[in-house]
Design a binder for this molecule. Structure first.
Ligand SMILES: C[S@@+](CC[C@H](N)C(=O)[O-])C[C@H]1O[C@@H](n2cnc3c(N)ncnc32)[C@H](O)[C@@H]1O
Length: 289
């Protein structure tokens, strides 16, 4: 992350969620009406125009999605899968929500079950400042979201979260979505240790991670893909295998409940296999008692 620049990948993910929410698919895999509120003016205006036009011009939705597929599909399926895991954790007793590396995630406002529990967002200062200028327009929560700015490469989130009122004795549902691949392994480990330190027994964690290679693609594409992320100032730094991720979670006191990726998500939502398998996968883990 560049110190002064909000995350471009966070904006891209919100754009994909907005695209996934355009009318046309019934039921939609994901519905994020807040993406257009949180995005910068130009992509927000395109999304709003597309939303109004889509019922009369279904080709427009398809055309917009075609230019961002397969990432848009991956993000829609990832979002919907994590939405389900969060709602399940809250139904099972989690009373606090913490979104780590929140970007333009609007779950604290968007998910009905999440609206009534205490919520914190932890993110890089530049991304969080950008988001906070816009969250005033988001309605529906009974309590405010607590914002905590932390650079995971330089500091731990434990102290800042405690000072922001997070209670380590109350079960928390943590979302850490689309972030570990941008961190050096030491920063991932340190952040996970801090999450574990603040997790009462029964707390759940939804954490995505990227396999080495990041996507099943021809080897010659590897360097250009890495270079594109370098150019954005958000280099891909942290890949791990399922075994490495499981070992990391277990070393910090989490037990893996489930692990899956976009092929399984597609099946779950009644869709065909993705044309390109993006190797970002999801762990659902629980803090042991
Ligand atoms: C791809 S975005 C994902 C955002 C969000 N979780 C989502 O899925 O919509 C990556 C996020 O990681 C955050 N991030 C990257 N490096 C970071 C760091 N060193 N410290 C704190 N946050 C960081 C960015 O600010 C951004 O919000």
């Amino acid at each position: 992350m560049r110190d002064e620049t909000p995350s471009t990948t966070a904006m891209a993910v919100a754009w994909f969620r907005g695209l996934g929410s355009l009318p046309g698919r019934t039921p939609p895999v994901v519905h994020d009406p807040f993406a257009a509120v949180l995005l910068p003016a130009v992509p927000a205006a395109v999304l709003r125009a597309a939303e109004q036009a889509a019922p009369r011009a279904p080709w427009l939705r398809s055309a917009l999605q075609a230019v961002s597929t397969p990432l848009a599909r991956h993000v829609a399926l990832r979002t919907a899968t994590i939405d389900g895991a969060v709602e399940e954790a809250i139904a099972d007793g989690a009373r606090q929500l913490v979104i780590v590396g929140a970007g333009l995630d609007a779950r604290a406002w968007r998910l009905p079950l999440a609206r009534d529990i205490d919520a914190w967002e932890v993110d890089h200062p530049a991304t969080q400042a950008f988001k906070r200028e816009r969250t005033g327009q988001l309605l529906g929560r009974t309590t405010p979201v607590h914002f905590t700015a932390v650079d995971f490469e330089r500091e731990t989130l434990a102290g800042p979260l405690e000072r922001a009122g997070h209670d380590a004795t109350v079960p928390t549902v943590w979302i850490w979505e689309g972030v570990t691949m941008y961190l050096h392994p030491d920063a991932t480990r340190g952040t996970l240790e801090a999450i574990a330190e603040r997790s009462a027994p029964g707390s759940r964690l939804a954490m995505t991670y990227a396999w080495p290679g990041y996507a099943r693609m021809p080897a010659w594409l590897d360097r250009p893909v890495q270079a594109a992320f370098d150019l954005l100032g958000e280099s891909l730094r942290g890949a791990m295998t399922r075994e490495e991720g499981t070992a990391l979670l277990e070393a910090t006191g989490f037990r893996v409940l489930d692990e899956h990726g976009n092929r399984e998500w597609a099946t779950r939502f009644g869709e065909g296999a993705p044309a390109v398998e993006i190797l970002e996968r999801l762990f659902i883990a629980e803090r042991a008692g």
